[in-house]
Each structure stands twice: as C-alpha cells, then as structure tokens.
Design a protein around this ligand. Sequence first.
Ligand code: SAH
Ligand code: SF4
Ligand code: F3S
Length: 470
Amino acid sequence: MSQTRIISPEELAAQRPFTDWVRAHYEAQGIAPLAYIRSFGCQQNVADAEHIKGMLAEMGFGFTEEPGEADFILFNTCAVREHAEDRVFGNVGALKTFKTRKPSLLIAVCGCMVQQEHIAEKFKKSYPFVGLVFGTHVLYKFPELLAGALRGRKRVIETPNEDGNIAEGIPVRRDGDVKAWLPIMYGCNNFCTYCIVPYVRGRERSRKPEDVLAEARDLVAAGYKEITLLGQNVNSYGRSEGFEVDFPELLRRINAIPGDFIIRFMTSHPKDATPRLFDTIAECEKVSRHFHLPVQSGSNRILKAMNRHYTRESYLEVVDYARKAVPDISFTSDIIVGFPGETREDFEDTLSLIDRVGYTSLFTFIYSPRVGTPAASMPDPISAEEKSKWFQELTARQEEIASRRLADMMGKRFRALLETDAGGFIEARLPDNVIVRVQGDRALLGHRAIVEITETKSWILIGNIVEIID
Ligand code: SAH
Ligand code: SF4
Ligand code: F3S
C-alpha cells in the first residue's frame, strides 16, 4: 500500500484566509490584477495550470495573454528533456525587463523543473527577480505561497519532496468548453532509466473512483464532449491503493454515465495493457478507438536497459490482441532515438517495429540525459550527429507510413467531433484521433458530424461535412 495522503477539507479551508488576503491586497490598491500563465510539458501540467487559474480567479484575478500587462506571471515547467528546460530558462530570463519596468510585478516558476534541487538552486541564485518558486507537491497551498510572496519581505521558495498527496476540491478554471482533462492519478512508480518524472512527480497514487466519477458527471452535465483521463500509467490505476475498481472498470463506469461524449486516456504503459482492457474498450462505445502506447524502442536489449519490463514480442502481442478485439483501433507511440549504448542494429529494430505496427503518428525524441537518472551515467558512444541522422531517418519512415494510411482513407466517411476553430477552417477529430480540416461555421464547434475525406496532403486530411449528427 502506498503512503497516499489526502489533503483534508480542513487543510484546504485553511487556505481561505490567504485567498481573501490576496484579493484585499489588490483591492486596497485599486488594482484589478491580471495573471499570465504559461505551461510547458504534458497534459498533467495543463491540468495543474487549470487548477492554479481556478485559485487565481477566486483571488480576484483576470487573465491575459500579454505578459507586459500582467501583475503576476507564472511559468509551469517541464523537466522531461534538456530542451524543455532550456526554453524555460530563456523565457524566464527575458522577463527581467518587465520586472524592471513594473516593480510590483510578481514572477513565479512552478512545476516539474523546480522539483530538482539543482534547478531550484539556480533560480534562487541566478534569477533574483523571480519572487516565488513552488514544486509539484504544494499546489494546494498556492494561495498561502502567493500571499507570502506578495507580502514581499523575502522570496518564497517551496519545493519540498513531501510525496504522495492528493487534494480534492481545488477550484478549476478550464481552458476550453468542449474538451476537458481529468487527472485520475498522479506520479509514477516505473523508473524507466532515462526518465525524470518519478523523481519530480513522486510515487504513483490514484484518486478515489467516486471522486473521478463525480467529476466526470459534472463535466458531462456542463456539456463537455470529450473527457481525457490523465495519468503517467493509467493502466495501473488504483493498484497502489488496492482499489477494487481498476482501470477497465473505471472506464466501464464512466462509459455508463448518460450523455453523448467521448472518453480518451493517456498514457498507457505496454506492460500493463491487458486483454481485459481491450475487451472493455470493445464494449464501451464512448471510449475512443485511438490508443497511445509508447514503445520507446524496438530492440529488446535497449528495452531492458530502459527498464521497460516488456519485449518487442510481448508489445506486438498486445497490439495484435487489441486489433482483434477492437478492429478499428489506431495506435500512436513515443520513441527515443539514441538511448545510451544504442547501436545501428538496435535502431533498425525500431524501424522494423514501426513498419510492423503502422502507427497513425509518432512522437519522436532524441535521448536527453537527466541528472540523477541511471541512464545519465551509462556509456553513450554514439555522436550527436549520428543520432540526429537516425532521428531524421525515423521521422521520414513514419511520414511514409502515415501518408499511406491517410491515402487509404480517401473518399471514406467518418463520424467526427468539430473541435477547434483554426482560423478559416474547423479541425474535426476522427474516432482514431486523426484531424480533418473542414469548412464550416464556428457555431458548429462542439457538434458531431459525418465527414467525407475529399483530399489527402502528406499528413493532412481535408474533408466535407456531409451531415450534422447533433
Ligand atoms: N508516462 C509516459 C511518458 C511520459 S514522458 C509513458 O511511460 O509512456 C513522455 C515521453 O517523453 C516518453 O514516452 C519518452 O518517449 C520521452 N522521454 C522521457 N524521458 C526522456 C529523455 N530523458 N530523453 C528523451 N525523451 C524522453
Ligand atoms: Fe517516465 Fe517510464 Fe514513468 Fe513514463 S512510465 S513517466 S517514461 S518513468
Ligand atoms: Fe514534463 Fe512533468 Fe509532464 S516533467 S512531461 S510536465 S510530468
């Protein structure tokens, strides 16, 4: 059993006076405060930012897309690769002029990056204009931290490793009104040797099924058409807590909520993707037929060094079973190129695996060493130039695979959710997660339609709305 600690309603209520204090602080100065929030990284960070915005709204904040207008600027950071961290340092560095121009501005940094000691130190030492730094485990205390920083006597830096808490009932201000993120669990126990996430997000812990279901019902009642369940490994939902409701059962219960909506989820770890999960998907008509199943590598030697706990063969068995159980299922994946010690032969195993699976799309990354992870101290003889060549080879191969797949869709009709206004056209999402551009009125957003594919351009599909369903 894990050490999951539920933040009690009393503890959350103890934040109330700080919320009131911040509101009064700005009111006393006749300021209607504006916040600028920018999130890097995965959907978990986007979901966290929606909760931070919820708390800010209660404190009287409005929101702006212009950092120059803001009274509070927050960067919610990602530590997964060096590039992500460099972008944050660059972007935060550029904020210094705003602070010089407007001394009352409070600049803050939160999220996964600052959970690493050396990074929190760097902000402390080299970024004196950043007044508030807080980690992933103290989100629920945000009003208190913000009030402390605004009182202004000293900078507030709060990045404890107090692992394993879950706070229910933090207000949320969602970014959209068609799609919603619904975190079902936090943290990760898998310790893939390249990955920083378990260190910065703590141990795996799951929200209670009744809390998840209540939130899903509220979302459906509020008119959301697409709910994406979030977790680093949704397939192990409830395992640390010993819940009777596992992930397939949770899907079944959400699927049973009356209403017309789509259920998506990410991410699934292949080692925990069971036949029962695919049988459940086959029976749940609201569950999307798209499955993100990160493989990382097609070489057994590298998978072992990555500590992934599956083989190329067992992964392919999962894919084959899934295709039998859910014939219209489509797969996407994540792949790392240039893991320490990877050879040309290992890389070719990855190429043959993507041919064999036929993914709709891939998220491809060049391996980035992360401080404190086991892979960072493994010998890594392949040059950056060579890795970059392999990377391009991989993306070119995937483009061929994807365009063949899309060409097959020409002239066919699909059900699609009219999802996003992309300026001049609407982006509609097919059940297997592929996007089609269609012409149509903004007023159609959130509706479902039958769309016919009329044109395919490498990996873009263009179509016509044949009929509006609802
Ligand atoms: N929990 C998810 C992935 C979270 S991180 C899973 O296990 O599938 C998202 C992706 O980033 C990973 O799938 C991996 O492909 C990539 N990634 C993680 N650490 C990385 C690193 N150190 N270098 C390069 N890519 C990395
Ligand atoms: Fe990282 Fe592996 Fe956990 Fe995914 S499963 S978050 S890749 S440690
Ligand atoms: Fe990045 Fe943290 Fe997500 S490291 S990928 S934002 S969990």
